[in-house]
Design a protein around this ligand. Sequence first.
Ligand SMILES: [Zn+2]
Ligand SMILES: [Zn+2]
Length: 371
Amino acid sequence: MSSGSRSEEFCPRCGDAIERPPEVDLPTGPRDPDSVLCDDCYFEDFDLVDAPERIEVRVCSQCGALHRGNRWIDVGARDYTDIAIEETAERLAVHVDAHDVDWGVEPEQVDQNTIRMHAVFTGVIRDTPLQEKVTVPVYIARETCDRCGRIAGDYYASTIQVRGTERTPSSEEQDRAIEIAEEFVADREEDGDREAFITETTEMKDGVNMKVSTNKLGQTIAERIVRELGGAVSEAPTLVTEDGDGNEVYRVTFTARLPPYTPGDVIDLEDGDGPVLVTSAHGNLKGTRLESGDRYEADFEEGIAPDARKLGTREDAETTTVVAIEDAHAVQVLDPETYEAKTIPRPDYVDPDADEVPVLKHRDGLHILPE
Ligand SMILES: [Zn+2]
Ligand SMILES: [Zn+2]
């Protein structure tokens, strides 16, 4: 056929003359070679929807991650049916020249691993409204993702140790340290980071150990723990192996060393000014003097660990009766053990109208705590 407009007036397949009103919006361009055909030939083997014979959805049976493209992604705890519908939408291709396309899908659970998708598509092409039904089985393949495989294989690059200074961290501190780690990892996961994970958490007799996936993660979590609970981080690398290129591979242990005294502790600094109730262990130790109510702050060199001994904690306090306010610096209360009236220092935080006050009885005497 020679060039010119006349060749477009005949269908290249059947040879029939093509009669179209001039205003019909014919799809042009290289996308669909069939666009030159007459309507009869065009629709003869036309598919509105191109559907694969079956769709396989790979999910991790441990964490629910979905394999898409060539990687695993977290999709959160969701129904596999929803995931199957999304995957179906991804894999079904609607003819490029169709417009006003709409679709609906009816999932049919065939067995635990198979969902049959009954989809109905509608669209308009060559001014002709079309409807097409396709049924595609979606097979859910339950596998183990790379991350869960590494966790199961006890893979780790770094250890976080939570320890106290000359003490064992309290169970609240240990629980909170674990929570800080888990929250951080969950946030990273939320941001799509699948490389951050905790392999193992072990409660030791002197604290908590957590094995984590990278050295950076170990460092960040240890720093977050001391930022909240006080103390300092130290690190100790251990050479574990050389990799294939002869590079040394280290596992780093990050120790979050919690401060010797924590808020709520009552300590004696043996400086003649009486015991201190600790209120903060950030930067340097801060607290309240129990004899006067004055504020205490350790100096820079002492930091969070001034020379002191622990007398008790706020939890050891008992409520007792105020017998009489003697003067600006003394008050008479009942000893909670012997019920004898005793004169003790009156810190300025004691309410002059109080009938009862919390007191701590310790080896050096009896002191009123702030409420
Ligand atoms: Zn034709
Ligand atoms: Zn997994």
